[in-house]
Design a protein around this ligand. Sequence first.
Ligand code: RB5
Length: 294
Amino acid sequence: MKRVVFVCSGNTCRSPLAAAILRAEEPDADVQSAGLAAYDGGPAAEAARSVARERGLSLEDHRAQTLRAQLLAGAVCLTMTRAHQDEVRRRFPDAEGRVFSLGAYAGEPAEEIEDPIGQGDGRYRETADRIASLLRRAKVRHGWLYLQTVGFGSDHAGFSLKRELTAALRHEGVPTLDFGTDSVESCDYPDFALAVGRAVAGGDVGAGVLICGTGIGMSISANKVPGVRAALAAEGLGAELARRHNDANVLCLGARLTGPEVAREATLRFLRQSFDGGRHARRVDKIRAIEAES
Ligand code: RB5
């Protein structure tokens, strides 16, 4: 399930417009909007309502709300400016890996959606157009993982690499959710493979990345979860083909076998590729049939 929260200051114009635009494009997604300093229960600004109407949307039922931790749980949070992004990360540190300005998420970190208040309908129209354009660019950039998070898990052996990879993905505007472990203290890899595997199979995250010493224990464990196709890859081409040919939804890496730079490249190639389909779909269907019979 795609869960998105748009955030601006008052939740009367920019984030409600963004939410209305996205809801029309992604009817199955859970799309919310909130403000960092909202007047709870207040209506959308008249100019925003009028611009929404022009686009065939409606903000008549919108009621402003203040951002709360509950709204952020498991969701991708897209803010209108980098100042909003920094403030959400400061107030809600648990959500940090999933909070981006809309510009950063679209790969255009310098683009800000400024407040059009008091600047006339034309400025509101322009604001809606820019939001729609950034969402289109984000969709192209994130492909199969558009509006979804990537679940990460590791044991003690993979902990440091996991930290490096999640930091690198934050830099790339890819939302992540960490399922542990949280230190280099010895632990058991199947626990984390199960947590991430279930989140992938249940649709709570769009894909998973699991890291242990060799990646082998993680891949054996994750592949026991129905619906998971976990692929162990040591470099970029293997990771890319796991997506294109096998429709793998979990990438497993071995921190003792693959260095951080190669692991980073492999992860990005895995997350950016789509399934080729065609003859590969027939084969993946046969994998599903084996799973259904077992
Ligand atoms: C832990 O020492 C190691 O066995 C584990 O990280 C992994 O390599 C298992 O496959």
